[in-house]
Design a protein. Structure first.
Ligand code: SAM
Length: 330
């Protein structure tokens, strides 16, 4: 069976499945604060079937996301079922989760036992008050910190902490996050803010670009670049004494679309071939119509052929994506 490759020759090996577009946080750069879920979700058995077909086409890594994936009852069992799948090379699947960490302290060990490989936890400030302002949830910081620590203790590795920086809100957290990476033994990754929010607040001025993050961090302590794989989204650095790793994901100032290996399934079963797609492909619709696995595989191959070459953030012809981040699955 030929492995999924798009028309630009990019192998598609990385699948993200959103299992809900509900979220218990209302981060100011992501959501309006008033709107909830829009698209609903599917039984886990349907995501599992989609995943099985995609793994048969060459997917090697699955990230479970949302919305907030830990809100969905049955997520541990879902991970256990995913972990039974084998890649086309007969190896284990790499299974990750992206979560705000609010419910993770209790769930890290069960998830690890079920077969989760690693965890990425979103955290946009290390100062509890700032954290509450950004998430619009009081007293969440301790829960998330507990989730970060529980993930490490459970042996999930690596534990990555993702921070979206926005000028005027949290760019002063850069150095505190450097210290956090060193003290907590986690990889902190700064993500440039992308125009994927519900409230259309994005402008180039709000983005804190990679070069500025690096400069500020180096003023705290010198960094040494770590070589990274071609399709890795993050530029990686460690502090010169070898303690603490940080990464920078810079889709705005240093786009990496040429190495994109990703495809997404939304909570309502649509394929999205790019975060910035202006349409999606109704995989669940095919299942509802009674498509066989071979027909689903053909549909997926067809969708992958339409994968966009690159995003157009900041260009005059930029057209906003047809869904915002929380409804796609980050
Ligand atoms: N609820 C989970 C979480 O908080 O990680 C998963 C979903 S959330 C949408 C996934 C990631 O997308 C988070 O790290 C979040 O910070 C990031 N994100 C949301 N909106 C973004 C934007 N406009 N630009 C860059 N990253 C964004």
């Amino acid at each position: 069976m030929s492995v999924l490759t798009d028309k630009f020759g990019r192998p598609i090996t990385d699948l993200r499945i959103s299992i809900t577009d509900r979220c218990n946080y209302k981060c100011i750069y992501c959501r309006t604060g008033n709107d909830g879920a829009i698209y609903g979700d599917l039984p886990f058995a349907d995501y599992l079937r989609m995943a099985r077909v995609m793994v048969g086409l060459g997917v090697k890594k699955i990230r479970v996301t949302g919305g907030e994936p830990l809100l969905r009852k049955g997520v541990v069992e879902f991970v256990r079922e995913l972990a039974k799948l084998q890649t086309v090379d007969r190896g284990p699947l790499d299974i990750a989760i992206t979560t705000n960490g609010h419910l993770l302290a209790e769930m890290a060990q069960p998830l690890k036992n079920a077969g989760l490989t690693r965890a990425t936890i979103s955290m946009d400030a290390v100062d509890p008050e700032r954290f509450a302002k950004i998430t619009r949830v009081p007293n969440g910081f301790d829960n998330v910190l507990g989730g970060v620590r529980a993930s490490r203790e459970a042996g999930l590795w690596p534990v990555k902490v993702n921070c979206v920086l926005m000028r005027g809100f949290n760019e002063d957290q850069i150095v505190p996050f450097g210290k956090f990476a060193r003290e907590e033994g986690v990889i902190v990754r700064f993500i440039e803010f992308m125009p994927l929010e519900e409230e259309r607040v994005w402008s180039p001025d709000v983005v804190v670009p990679m070069d500025e993050i690096l400069q500020r961090m180096c003023e705290y302590r010198p960094l040494v670049e770590i070589p990274h794989g071609r399709s890795e989204t993050a530029r990686r650095y460690c502090f010169e004494d070898g303690i603490g790793e940080i990464g920078i994901i810079a889709p705005v100032s240093h786009p990496f679309c040429g190495h994109c290996s990703r495809i997404r399934i939304t909570s309502d079963g649509k394929i999205r071939t790019c975060l910035f797609s202006i349409w999606d492909h109704d995989l669940y619709g095919q299942m509802r119509r009674g498509a066989s696995n071979e027909e689903l595989a053909d549909f997926i191959r067809g969708a992958v052929q339409k994968k966009e070459e690159r995003h157009h953030i900041g260009e005059p012809d930029f057209v906003p994506a047809s869904r915002t981040m929380v409804h796609i699955g980050g």
